[in-house]
Design a protein around this ligand. Structure first.
Ligand code: NAP
Length: 290
């Protein structure tokens, strides 16, 4: 049976992800974006309907996908005046791809459960390029029956790895683990590259060798050359990373976990954002070392 799919939030990630749903699955797609112009651009490129509120998008949907900014934005599209809660039908499954706190995911799951609506937290990793190529890792928390219904659509559209981690909030916890790993890797790479340049060695040659050894990483593969050229005007905005590391530190405190490196790197990102660099890619950490 053809699924009716709603997608809320056509940003850097949501635009191509919803596009893949329209292109690669036989779903009927309805999109909503707060800024209407983006939805019009989407409609020029993909097949689907555009509506003016999250409630209108959710009204007929079997699946409601979301990719907005933060906890506050998620709350607005779900429980705000024209939010999903106003119109969603029992049996609908909500899949939230926003990176938010585990806390709000559990809270939303509890609210929607009362309407017999399942809420899956399903943050993604793979960045803008992963969204555009349709090759994202999706880490999911929530009900396993709802997961089994929603997973085939995600796999077909943009999920190269789609995995249920545990109950509500577990997907977001997995994303926190992901971001903790990334922060330390980027800082390590920034230090290594800035050191190498100051030491005057041929960094292209160095990278050819070490990227085949134990120092190899996604960041090295995808960011080292742009970092060496001081190019940061693309990618994953460091303001998003500040949000994500803040979420991870709050959660760590709740569990009595120590994140000393993450705390320090967060302060470096805050320094960069204070000087107006908040929209630069996270690899801009190297700027502090110049
Ligand atoms: P983005 O380009 O800034 O897009 C955010 C989207 O959310 C826009 O469509 C925006 O609408 C909408 N939005 C924000 N606040 C809203 C509100 N209060 N009500 C309704 N809509 C609202 O962000 P993005 O890069 O796609 O990231 C989206 C999420 O994915 C974030 O949680 C981010 O941390 C996560 N993520 C991003 C990446 C990445 O590489 N970019 C990678 C992994 C995860 P407008 O168009 O009206 O502003």
């Amino acid at each position: 049976m053809t699924a009716k799919v709603a997608f809320l939030g056509l940003g850097v990630m949501g635009f191509p992800m919803s596009g893949h749903l329209a292109h690669k699955t036989d779903s009927v797609v309805t999109v909503y974006n707060r800024t209407a112009a983006k939805a019009s651009t989407w409609q020029e490129r993909y097949k689907g309907q555009v509506v003016n509120t999250p409630a209108d998008a959710a009204a007929q949907a079997d699946f409601v996908f979301i990719c907005v900014g933060n906890d506050h934005d998620l709350e607005q599209v779900l429980t705000g005046p024209d939010g999903v809660l106003q119109a969603v039908r029992p049996g609908t499954i909500i899949i939230d791809h926003t990176t938010v706190s585990a806390d709000i995911s559990r809270r939303m799951a509890a609210i929607f459960k009362q309407q017999n609506v399942a809420f899956l937290d399903a943050p993604v990793s793979g960045g803008q390029a992963g969204a555009e190529k349709g090759a994202l890792s999706v880490m999911v928390g929530g009900d396993s029956v709802a997961f089994e219904s929603a997973a085939p659509l995600m796999r077909k559209a943009y999920g190269k790895e789609v995995r249920l981690i545990g109950p509500s909030g577990a997907g977001q916890t997995a994303k926190m683990i992901n971001q903790i790993c990334i922060a330390a890797t980027v800082q390590g790479l920034a230090e290594a590259l800035a050191f190498g340049q100051k030491a005057g060695v041929n960094m292209d040659e160095v990278l050819q060798v070490i990227s085949k050894g134990a120092a190899q990483s996604w960041q090295m593969e995808n960011r080292a050359s742009t970092m060496l050229q001081d190019k940061f005007d693309f990618g994953f905005a460091l303001d998003w990373m500040i949000k994500d590391l803040g979420i991870a530190l709050d959660e760590a405190q709740r569990h009595g976990a120590q994140l000393p490196g993450t705390e320090t790197i967060l302060s470096y990102y805050q320094e960069l954002t204070a000087q107006g660099d908040g929209r630069l890619d996270t690899s801009a950490l190297i700027k502090r070392l110049r």
